[in-house]
Design a protein around this ligand. Sequence first.
Ligand SMILES: Nc1ncnc2c1ncn2[C@@H]1O[C@H](C[S@+](CC[C@H]([NH3+])C(=O)[O-])CC(=O)[O-])[C@@H](O)[C@H]1O
Length: 323
Amino acid sequence: MTLFTKDLIAVAQSPLAHWLTSLPAQLQQWQQQQQHGELPKWLRCVAQLPQLEPTAVALGATVSVLNDSISDGQQQRIKGLLMQLTPWRKGPFNLHGVQIDTEWRSDFKWQRVAPHIGDLSGQQVLDVGCGSGYHLWRMLESGAEQVWGIDPGQLFMAQFMAVRSFMPTDLQARAHWFPLGIEDMPELKAFDTVFSMGVLYHRRSPIDFLTQLKAQLKQGGQLVLETLVVTGDEQTVLVPGETYAKMRNVWFIPSTKALLHWLERCGFKNARVVDENVTSLAEQRATEWMPGQSLVDFLDPHDTSKTIEGYPAPLRAVIIANT
Ligand SMILES: Nc1ncnc2c1ncn2[C@@H]1O[C@H](C[S@+](CC[C@H]([NH3+])C(=O)[O-])CC(=O)[O-])[C@@H](O)[C@H]1O
């Protein structure tokens, strides 16, 4: 059975069945390109993870799967294998007692987003740029019927597959991850809610990006957009120099007013800002599972209201809009 067979069957059995016109060929082509590089090694680690019947599962702040009769030896083995998938950026997870304290406390972001998204019960939900899939589990916690994550990051895929391998089969069948960028998506117009958190500023063409997100939504669906913003009016946008907070791939950081304007121009209705928050050093920091540089190293050491390049420090907004 190939890597995505079960997920493709889930597509066929869902209201997204028309995705099958492009998806199998894209996945096959992608798999052919993965013979070299680190993915095969990461997937071997995932395949070696022990299969244990979960006795407790919690899709809460720490996404947890536990088995009450696990041995110390099994736990050490799980930790050793999961450590080979570092850096772990988005979490936290507790997998059979192995606490993955990720660089980001992604639960903080979910706490800001969740009160505003309504009831996801029965919904088909897409998460564009889902990383390790931490928020996919939280979307299931909020009632989604099926969650679909896309992200071009191969290590994130291995991390998602590792976490999913521990989940009970009913949850495994409701959470899917495909190695696609938003630009690889056909116009499905089929999802009830589309999330895109932390991606807009990585796109060179933000208006095209918003249009691509809209093309995934049903009529009457909702977009949940989370991104870096700056303060300013409808025409304020920061286009940083080579780096922003040491990130090389940051293009457009609009004000919330500009973002609302863009959403309106793209045909979204009822766009509203539901949260604004300065990223704290507690939310993004180095840990055993991501030992490299983190937010503290990206800010001006003498003035943490500025990035190391002198731009405003990361301020993030959550915006909800409808089609
Ligand atoms: N073209 C693209 N299409 C889809 N995804 C992409 C693309 N380009 C990059 N990504 C992916 O977008 C994610 C951005 S991280 C947010 C993770 C999560 N959502 C979070 O809110 O914590 C934000 C950050 O750490 O700066 C990464 O996983 C990329 O691989």
